[in-house]
Design a binder for this molecule. Sequence first.
Ligand code: BEZ
Length: 233
Amino acid sequence: MENEVMTMPRIGEKAPEFKAVTTQGNIEFPKDYEGSWVILFSHPADFTPVCTSEFMTFATLEEKFNKANCKLVGLSVDGLYSHIAWLRTIKEKIEYKGMKNVEVKFPLIEDITMEVAKKYGMIQPGESNTKAVRAVFVIDPKGIIRTIIYYPLSLGRNFDELYRVIIALQTADEFSIATPADWRPGDEVIVPTAGSCGVAKDRMESKDMKCYDWFFCTKNISKEEIENKIIKK
Ligand code: BEZ
């Protein structure tokens, strides 16, 4: 592993292609997901507590992500039968934070050869040679990687943040804006900078925009407008 070259996909690049066996049948990635946003995420191991809390949370939120045209795909370097047994245990035995009888309906990839994990830079030897870190790849409907987040083994992810990322990226695409720190739908959005002082001066005088300086202008887009564009009823 020490001398092995490991690839790290980057934002703005095509998501690396692979074929895989999952708990929901075979998939061809990202081809099968064309036209949808997709979150491809890895976890270190089945039958571990942090991962169990994550899967229960993500499965409970799946419909909300689906309504934002976003599908979920999990991965670990465990085998298919381990995945099936773990997901069955979650459904039949685990009650956690008010969640019970939780069925994980999204595909969980088996990756015992680590082929996919290595392609996606999910094996990070400083953390573990034998387990994937908690990686999150947000891929758009054209198969382009739009956000990458990595967490270490000990840190469970914040799924509200992942939902915020999905909505913020789609809002940026739909309205040609950017989103400021801690943005939530309904907060002001950033109008891209004009690149020239002359244009900026005009913009500073525009009614629907608020400028903090020539390089920092915002406008309002209501939560309803965003939801009408993005969320399936
Ligand atoms: C967990 O999910 O609990 C876990 C997995 C691998 C290492 C540490 C924690």
